[in-house]
Design a protein around this ligand. Structure first.
Ligand SMILES: [Zn+2]
Length: 256
């Protein structure tokens, strides 16, 4: 049985006190691979460092919409350089649009930052990890305009209708611990209509801890709770669900 956590933030300051111990715990809990995801230049550099220090961890480099306000040409160059110089960088991410917070970067800046990094991902032949919060219309419009299919919609919380649109566009869809929450009815309905070959699992740790750890600090070892719940909803065994999502992630991130 192999588990693959396709989205974690081990660079988060919540791990500053015990990062190496947590990584050891993740490894000892049957997690075969983790993608450590950057959200600005600094955290992307850290992501590369963490991945280079641990065989089973790979990473993504990118600038999150929250960091889009004061981003410079040099920042995009740095992301490109990280990806070109480090074989463990397997994706550009996380990138996208976020309209949830009023203090996030202005919409035009977020959009420009997103588009530029989608172009970078295409140029480098890497998949994109997409963050979409209350911005579905604009994210979909840009993905369609640019004919993006080599991407994953991370922490998916949309409807079954949206899931069908994404599947048709060729995207992967990834679920977090939200799927284990009692009020996750919409996500459950979406999961039911997504074909097996488009599914991936992620913790988005240290956030989004699944039941029975909801509200606590999350880490990649809890990915099994998400897999258990997804297996139940899809009507397959836990082993089968793990195998399918593992193979999907290996293919998507072009590992081995
Ligand atoms: Zn994230």
């Amino acid at each position: 049985m192999k588990l693959f956590d396709t989205h974690a933030h081990l660079d988060d300051r919540q791990f500053d006190g015990d990062r190496e111990a947590v990584i050891e715990k993740i490894k000892n809990n049957g997690v075969a691979h983790v993608i450590e995801v950057g959200s600005d230049v600094k955290s992307s550099e850290t992501a590369v460092r963490i991945a280079n220090g641990h065989d089973f961890i790979y990473c993504a480099a990118g600038i999150h919409p929250e960091a889009a306000d004061d981003v410079s040409d040099a920042d995009f160059e740095k992301i490109k350089e990280l990806a070109l110089e480090n074989p463990k960088v397997k994706a550009i991410g996380e990138i996208g649009i976020d309209y949830h917070y009023d203090d996030c970067a202005p919409r035009e800046k977020q959009t420009a930052c997103f588009e530029r990094q989608l172009d970078l991902a295409a140029e480098l032949g890497l998949p994109a990890i997409i963050h979409d919060r209350e911005s579905k219309g604009d994210v979909l419009k840009i993905l369609k305009e640019k004919k993006v299919s080599n991407a994953v919609m991370h922490c998916f919380s949309g409807s079954a209708e949206t899931a069908k649109v994404l599947v048709k566009m060729g995207l992967m869809i990834s679920f977090t611990g939200v799927i284990t929450f009692k009020n996750a009815r919409k996500a459950v309905e979406a999961l039911k209509v997504i074909p097996f070959d488009r599914l991936m699992i992620e913790t988005d740790s240290p956030y989004m801890a699944p039941e029975p750890h909801r509200g606590k600090r999350n880490d990649s070892s809890y990915v099994r709770h998400i897999a258990e719940k997804m297996a139940e909803i899809k009507g397959v065994s836990f082993e089968k669900l793990c195998e399918i999502t593992y193979e999907n992630a290996m293919r998507f991130f072009n590992i081995e």
